[in-house]
Design a binder for this molecule. Structure first.
Ligand SMILES: Nc1ncnc2c1ncn2[C@@H]1O[C@H](COP(=O)(O)OP(=O)(O)OP(=O)(O)O)[C@@H](O)[C@H]1O
Ligand SMILES: [Mg+2]
Length: 643
């Protein structure tokens, strides 16, 4: 409330000095307020003074030389003037009065009728109005600072308030939204009538809370947590709806990525158990076939049958390998690479083998940074993506492969749960094919997930790609739209680390064992037998031990006399780890090869405990041989390091 001790700072813009004197004397008679009057005699000076927003109220004469008080009022408001302005008019021109109020005047007074109480009342009213507007402006500024979108609707669902965050979130400005129905802008895809239900609930209970999917002006989909409150007038009639929306798009995305990666982990554990058993079944087949092939080398019919068996066993063990690779991640070479060369190879293969209707468009940035990895694996990833793209374009289309340097900052890295900020080479593989719905896109990296007809897809392509990319500390993203196409983006980290030289000791040839003494330890008898046969045929002298107990016994009795030990890890107590640890302690000079079909932390433990090599089961005779060659040579020349 204004009291007599208040001083009201009043500005008078008036070009006639007599009129100024009259106003001054009127104000001096004011009873409740104490006025401090300042006088400006020209339009320009007056405008500048009122725009300083230093006055509690401003009186403006209508006649101001060439211009009018109305001009001044309009110009001041257009420049953001917040001071309440009272227009002093000549003979009570109604038209001018109306225009003044429309232009935002606080009041208008007829100069001929003015007296002290009238002027005082008008000034007090103007000041109160100025204060109220200031309060509202401050509140609105606070609402604009809020992170949440704050919106109000009238009861027809038309926007009557739209704060800055609402603009930021949706891309629609206040000017575009005021008076419009949000439904037509933000909820174009609301085919299920979710909004109608929300409205009903709110009308019935006074509020509604939930998640809503909105569309931005740019066409992106966002997810908001929305709270609606029905605002009533004092008599209870619904007046408006206050809505507060919190943007949870990013949280939702991370949540679903997290769920997916958890699902992938549990699938990994599940399949690795099965793969372990399958792998064990395949070892005797692979090794046994080798033995039989040599024995029946002059029997053509038997040889043919044997090579069919061999092929099947190899295909089976390939699949087991892929599944294990998915579960355990893949080891591979880590050498410095130019992705450009790999992409060249992929381009050649696709151009030669893909149907003519598929255009292959390759664009590799010059000065692509080096990454560190396994070229064969990386090529496999790109080929898997390209083959999928081809399959998605049965009628033809364009396959685009792009590679470019990118740098991800903190906020980019938040987009993907597996991403870290840093430098990457990004490879994009996109097609103009059939695309896929979200339910499919959500599952494509799972092993054995395929939408292709029986016999045409095993569903291992993308799960293999996923584990290879993960093994390279990279990550993979997919975007797809049905009927438009699909884009995969793989981020390979750029590495500064020194590249290791390529290890080329693995080759398919059976090597001469030169009578080296090998001890094979496994709990399964048929694995022992077939390994023994295969190794003996390759020129090794082989002993076997069924289970870890036997080895520990031999060690205790100082009877262990071999050049190398191959041991299974997963065995009934004592397991392979116990064997490795004891061997390391008592016979540090004997190299150890650990073998397992189960993907778990024991692999790393085995290597940490001192095994030189790790073989994943099922292993072929070749893999076993080359591992043996490596560790035996390693033993002879300690300087040569291949691990
Ligand atoms: N470019 C693409 N466009 C549309 N759908 C795709 C695309 N790439 C993958 N998919 C979907 O993802 C599924 C899984 O792909 P993935 O490569 O893992 O297995 P697959 O191609 O079905 O079989 P495989 O690769 O083992 O022969 C596919 O069956 C298909 O539904
Ligand atoms: Mg595939």
């Amino acid at each position: 409330m204004i009291t007599a001790t208040d001083t009201l700072n009043v500005l008078l813009i008036e070009d006639d000095e007599d009129d100024y004197l009259i106003t001054r004397s009127l104000l001096s008679k004011a009873q409740v307020i104490d006025c401090d009057l300042e006088w400006m005699s020209s339009y320009e000076e007056g405008l500048e003074a009122v725009l300083s927003n230093q006055y509690d109220a401003c009186l403006v004469d209508y006649r101001l030389g060439a211009k009018t008080g109305l001009d001044l009022l309009q110009e001041a408001k257009a420049h953001g003037c917040r001071t309440p302005i009272i227009l002093l008019t000549g003979q009570g021109d109604l038209k001018v009065d109306i225009e003044a109020m429309e232009a935002g005047a606080a009041d208008y007074l007829n100069k001929n009728e003015i007296d002290a109480p009238l002027l005082e009342r008008s000034l007090r009213y103007a000041r109160e109005r100025g204060e109220a507007e200031e309060r509202i402006r401050k509140q609105a500024a606070l609402l604009d600072k809020a992170r949440d979108a704050i919106i109000a609707y009238d009861m027809d669902g038309r926007v009557i308030y739209w704060n800055k965050s609402a603009e930021r979130l949706t891309g629609w400005s206040k000017e575009e939204m005021l008076g419009e129905k949000a439904r037509e802008r933000l909820y174009e895809h609301d085919q299920n009538g979710v909004l109608g239900d929300c409205w009903e609930t709110m009308m019935a209970s006074g509020e509604w809370k939930g998640e809503l999917h909105q569309q931005t002006k740019g066409g992106d989909e966002i997810v908001v947590e929305s709270r609606w409150t029905l605002v009533r007038e004092t008599d209870g009639t619904p007046e408006s709806v206050l809505v507060i929306n919190t943007d949870i798009t990013e949280r939702k995305r991370l949540e679903s990525q997290f769920l997916r990666s958890q699902r992938m982990e549990s699938i990994g554990r599940l399949v690795s158990g099965i793969a372990h058993d399958l792998g064990n079944l395949l070892v005797p087949i692979s090794l046994g076939v080798k033995v039989l092939q040599q024995r029946f080398s002059d029997d053509e019919k038997a040889s043919r049958t044997l090579s069919v068996i061999q092929n099947s066993a190899e295909r089976g063990s390939d699949m087991v390998d892929q599944v294990l690779a998915f579960a355990r991640g893949v080891e591979g070479e880590r050498v410095a690479l130019q992705l450009g060369t790999i992409i060249d190879d992929v381009q050649n293969i696709t151009e030669e083998t893909f149907p003519e209707e598929v255009d292959v468009d390759v664009d590799v940035e010059e000065d692509l940074q080096q990454i560190v990895g396994d070229a064969t694996q990386i090529q496999q990833v790109l080929m898997n993506l390209c083959v999928n793209a081809r399959d998605a374009m049965p009628e033809g289309g364009t396959l685009t492969v792009r590679a470019e340097n990118v740098t991800l900052d903190q906020s980019d890295a938040r987009m993907n749960i597996d991403a870290e900020p840093g430098a990457y080479v990004c490879v994009t593989v996109s097609d103009t094919g059939v695309g896929m719905p979200e339910e499919v896109a959500d599952k494509i990296f799972e092993p054995f997930f395929s939408t292709k007809p029986e016999g045409e897809g095993t569903g291992l392509g993308l799960s293999t790609a996923y584990s290879i990319v993960k093994g390279h500390d990279g990550f993979i993203e997919v975007q797809s739209e049905e009927g438009v196409g699909t884009t995969f983006r793989i981020f390979w980290p750029v590495s500064q680390a020194e590249a290791k030289p390529v290890d080329d000791s693995a080759s398919g040839e059976l090597r001469d064992g030169k009578g080296a003494r090998v001890l094979v330890v496994d709990d399964e008898e048929n694995i022992l037998n077939t390994a023994k046969d295969a190794l003996e045929q390759a020129g090794y002298r082989v002993e076997t031990a069924q289970g870890g107990g036997e080895v520990l016994q031999q060690l205790r009795a100082h009877q262990l006399d071999v050049d190398v030990v191959i041991t299974d890890i997963v065995m009934p107590d004592p397991d392979g780890l116990a064997v490795i640890e004891r061997l390391r302690a008592e016979r540090p000079e004997v190299p150890i090869i650990a073998a397992s079909g189960l993907a778990d932390e024991r692999t790393d433990k085995a290597l940490a405990a001192g095994a030189e090599e790790f073989l994943s089961k099922p292993f072929t005779a070749e893999k076993l041989q080359s591992a043996l060659q490596r560790v035996l040579r390693l033993n002879d020349e300690p300087a040569a390091s291949s691990r």
